[in-house]
Design a protein around this ligand. Structure first.
Ligand SMILES: [Ca+2]
Ligand SMILES: [Ca+2]
Length: 100
């Protein structure tokens, strides 16, 4: 039986490849593939980004090697960044709950 963390890693890989294979290079996300992934898998995060150019901005930030595509390593940095933000929120909520 895989652990929670092992399952989470496997999920990251599966989700990435579910979208990366749609067009062009099957091991990287094009702009359109990244947009699809974010609309389906990060809908609430994308909704909080009111800027319609948010995907372009995120794509530019993520594309560390500047090839116009997002590879798995670059994708993971997005997940890590979002996880850190979520964890900070989680801590805040735990502190608020403890005060009551
Ligand atoms: Ca692709
Ligand atoms: Ca890249």
């Amino acid at each position: 039986m895989p652990s929670d963390l092992e399952r989470a890693m496997e999920t990251l890989i599966t989700v990435f490849h579910r979208y990366s294979g749609a067009e062009g290079n099957s091991s990287t996300l094009s702009r359109r593939e990244l947009k699809q992934l974010m609309e389906k898998e990060l809908a609430s995060f994308l909704k909080s980004q009111k800027d319609p150019a948010a995907v372009d901005k995120i794509m530019k930030d993520l594309d560390a090697n500047g090839d116009g595509e997002v590879n798995f390593e670059e994708f993971v940095s997005l997940v890590v960044g979002l996880s850190i933000a979520c964890e900070q929120l989680y801590q805040k909520q735990m502190k608020a709950a403890a005060k009551k």
